[in-house]
Write a protein of this length. Structure first.
Length: 129
């Protein structure tokens, strides 16, 4: 039976690295699950075994991917509601109607984009919050 080092070379190692990275990145985006501690050294070892450079800035030292989905101010509904002096229910209603950028994280937690929320409130009230 071949050794693992013999099997995981070249394109096979690169393919394994890509599949693992995409899966972990998907978990982060969908559920907010951070990369496990083992991920960075394993992915770097696979990249080295592939003889190909790893994607630029694969992960930071914290285990998070360096790339970001976008640069917004995501807050929980409650935190955003407190900042703009509205009720949780009002902010949640705006998010569910699609007027405010929002995303579901995990089973029950909603995050809203604070800039989007403020923009909607400014347009509807004619004043800043």
């Amino acid at each position: 039976m071949p050794e693992l080092e013999e099997l995981l070379r070249g394109r096979v190692a690169y393919g394994a690295m890509t599949v693992i990275f995409r899966y972990l990145r998907g978990q982060l985006k969908e559920k907010g699950t951070p990369f496990p501690v083992w991920a960075k050294p394993v992915l770097e070892a696979l990249s080295e075994a592939a003889g190909l450079p790893s994607p630029d800035g694969l992960m930071s030292d914290s285990g998070r991917p360096v790339e970001r989905v976008d640069s917004t101010n995501w807050l929980t509904v409650r935190a955003a509601a407190e900042l703009v002096k509205r009720t949780d229910r009002h902010v949640r209603r705006l998010a569910l109607s699609g007027q405010v950028r929002a995303r579901r994280v995990g089973g029950r937690v909603w995050l809203v984009d604070l800039d989007s929320l403020r923009g909607v409130l400014e347009r509807s009230n004619g004043q800043g919050n």
